[in-house]
Write a protein that binds this ligand. Structure first.
Ligand code: C2E
Ligand code: MG
Ligand code: MG
Length: 612
């Protein structure tokens, strides 16, 4: 502990010495001043801890000295003990009034002086400690406040972060990452709201429009998924620009977009919206410097109180969209409850079809194919039939598309192929004419199978049918859908002497010259062209042209669906090679064919004679 520094101010040197001795002995550091002026200089040099101050001094007395001291901030706190010979009480009062801390009367009592000095120093020490403590406390409070502020800021940041994360999660849960549009969940929620609004207010209207791009797969397959994605984003943008801002536009997934109309959903506005959406596709989309053309089909479901769930509106709009596609694409279709009935029926058929294969409900009928110039039987077309236990004979036109969609066509097609190859082999054994061919329809899905050629090899090996008597029929679209794979598969089949026909020619979009790049032997002109031929030879439509070009390209031509003598006459005049149709034979059960095998030549010959 440092020694307390005491300044004694007295004009009497004797007093100074006396006090100095007493205090120094006690261990204090003592400085002396004979006048107020000297004292001031000493204080300015080093402020003491305590001042013992004489009252009666020439020039400046103790009172004014003390007043000066107390008036200055730097010295105001230094305690002053007055020293006076005066015993008058008013003196003491004045001493305290000018800021004195204590008072000692002369002559000095040693003990008293020490006691009062100690007292004052203790007070100063206590005060100093007090100040230190409160300063420390203040610092701690400041520090704590600072920490709290930091913690607060941290908390605030965290809350903000959480809020952001939350809204991000919400955004992710309700929006589509690619286009930024609302997603299915969001759309269903909005539709649910529209539905309850309608239940609350009978005048409320709303409609769901379901848009699906036509042949989007072709874009993805030919230009790649990257461009495909870009196209979806561009479509989203265009639809958004087209639609009124109050309309909810969502992306359900894939190339499917939905729109919820609530503000004005009367039939005129709904149709107007559907048309606007279709019109958004008329201009090509510019992607990576190329123009991509695409169209879309739209299904519309109009809200009504009978709907209990938003998903049902989507289902119906979806169904209407499919119907729009089926009737030619690039159009809209409003949902009709009949569609729903049909869908249910179709679903049942799909279930039944799965069983049909194992329960042997499928059979193959064979339609004879004739050489037109001679009327000779040249072969058969195998046409599958389904003997449904409840519905009777179901046409392949009905169940083949279902089988295609469900993938069941692979097994059905395989079965038909084996069945008809085996049958052909058997008939060849029964007749002397070994040149009869068996035409079998091959679906697009089958053509896409990687092991198709192996399957066919295996069937031919098992049934012992010479490949040159097998003729596979493919539609234009089956080839176009698999253009890349088709090329090599068809080459492989041709290498085995298997013949190839284009079925239903004229109903697809392909050009003859393009098809010619595939190794095809025969062109089958679709029935619709044959049936459109009029009475006169200047009214034959496209048939003469098709036959002509096909021949120039080295293909033979088969006319499908010949029903009249007149049609046959025209076709014969046009040098059409082969024909099939009800005019000759309907597709027949296998056991009806055997008896014909020998008599057919005769039948056809007499037919040729009648025609001439
Ligand atoms: P397609 O290959 O063009 O077969 C010819 C269709 O025309 C057959 O219909 C046949 O019965 C019918 N037809 C033949 N002559 C006439 C006629 O003079 N007038 C009329 N109105 N129709 C005639 P079907 O048997 O109903 O087969 C329809 C389609 O189902 C076939 O068309 C073919 O695309 C498909 N299909 C049939 N069987 C199979 C099969 O085993 N596999 C595959 N993938 N498709 C098959
Ligand atoms: Mg066919
Ligand atoms: Mg056909």
């Amino acid at each position: 502990m440092t020694r307390a520094d005491i300044l004694v101010v007295d004009d009497t040197p004797q007093n100074l010495r006396l006090l100095s001795n007493i205090l120094t002995k006690e261990g204090y550091l003592v400085r002396q001043a004979l006048s107020g002026k000297m004292a001031m200089t000493a204080i300015q040099a080093v402020p003491p801890d305590l001042i013992l101050l004489d009252i009666m001094m020439p020039e400046m007395d103790g009172y004014s000295f003390c007043q000066t001291l107390k008036a200055k901030a730097e010295t105001a706190a230094i305690p002053v003990i007055f020293l006076s010979a005066l015993t008058d009480g008013s003196d003491k009062a004045k001493a305290f009034a000018v800021g004195g801390a204590d008072y000692i009367s002369k002559p000095f009592q040693l003990e008293e002086v020490l006691a009062r000095v100690r007292n004052q120093l203790a007070l100063v020490a206590a005060e100093t400690q007090n100040q230190q403590l409160s300063a420390h406390l203040e610092d701690r409070v400041k520090e704590r406040t600072r920490q709290l502020e930091i913690a607060n800021r941290e908390l605030y940041r965290e809350i903000l972060e959480r809020k952001m994360l939350q809204s991000q999660l919400l955004e992710q849960a309700t929006h589509d990452a690619l286009t930024g549009l609302p997603n299915r969940a969001f759309f269903i929620d909005r539709t649910r709201q529209a539905l309850s609004a309608m239940q609350a207010d009978a005048n409320a209207q709303f409609a769901v429009l379901f848009l699906d791009c036509d042949r989007f797969k072709v874009v993805n397959d030919s230009l790649g998924h990257f461009i495909g994605d870009q196209l979806l984003v561009a479509i989203a943008c265009r639809l958004k620009e087209t639609l009124h801002p109050t309309v909810t536009l969502a992306r359900l997934g894939g190339d499917e977009f939905t729109v919820l109309l609530t503000e004005t959903a009367d039939s005129t506005s709904v149709i107007q919206t559907a048309n606007q959406m279709l019109a958004a596709f008329t201009q090509p989309f510019q992607l990576e410097g190329r123009a991509v053309f695409i169209t879309a089909s739209i299904g519309v479901a109009i809200g009504n109180v009978k709907y209990s769930q938003p998903e049902h509106l989507l289902r119906d709009a979806d169904m209407a969209m499919y119907s729009a596609k089926a009737s030619g694409k690039e159009r809209y279709q409003v949902f009709d409850p009949i569609l729903h009935q049909n869908a249910l029926k179709r679903l049942q058929l799909e279930i039944d079809l799965r069983k049909a294969l194992y329960q042997q409900e499928l059979i193959v009928h064979y339609q004879p194919i004739m050489a037109i110039p001679t009327g000779d039987l040249v072969g058969f077309e195998a046409l599958v039939r389904w003997l449904h236990p409840q519905q009777g004979l179901v046409s392949p036109g009905v169940f083949i598309p279902i089988a295609e969609e469900t993938g069941l066509i692979a097994q059905i097609g395989h079965w038909v192929l084996r069945q008809s190859c085996q049958q052909m082999r058997q008939w060849q054994d029964e007749t002397t004419d070994r040149s009869l061919t068996m035409s079998v329809n091959l679906s697009a899905r089958q053509l896409a199978q990687a092991d198709l050629v192996e399957q066919i090899d295996q069937i031919l090996a098992e049934t012992q049918l010479d490949p040159q008597y097998l003729k596979l029929e493919l539609t234009e679209s089956a080839i176009m859908d698999n253009a890349q794979a088709a090329e090599s598969v068809l080459q492989a089949l041709r290498k085995r002497q298997i013949q190839l026909s284009i079925d239903d020619f004229g109903t697809g979009y392909s050009s003859l010259s393009y098809l010619h790049s595939f190794p095809v032997n025969t062109l089958k002109i679709d029935r619709s062209f044959i049936q459109q031929m009029g009475e006169h030879s200047d009214d034959l439509g496209l048939v003469p042209l098709i036959i002509n070009i096909a021949h120039k390209m080295g293909m033979t031509v088969t006319a499908e669906g010949i029903e009249t003598q007149n049609q046959l006459n025209h076709l014969r005049a046009l040098n059409c090679d082969f024909g099939q149709g009800f005019f000759f034979f309907k597709p027949l059960e296998a056991d009806k064919i055997s008896p014909l095998l020998t008599s057919i030549a005769h039948h056809a010959e007499s037919d040729v004679k009648t025609a001439q």
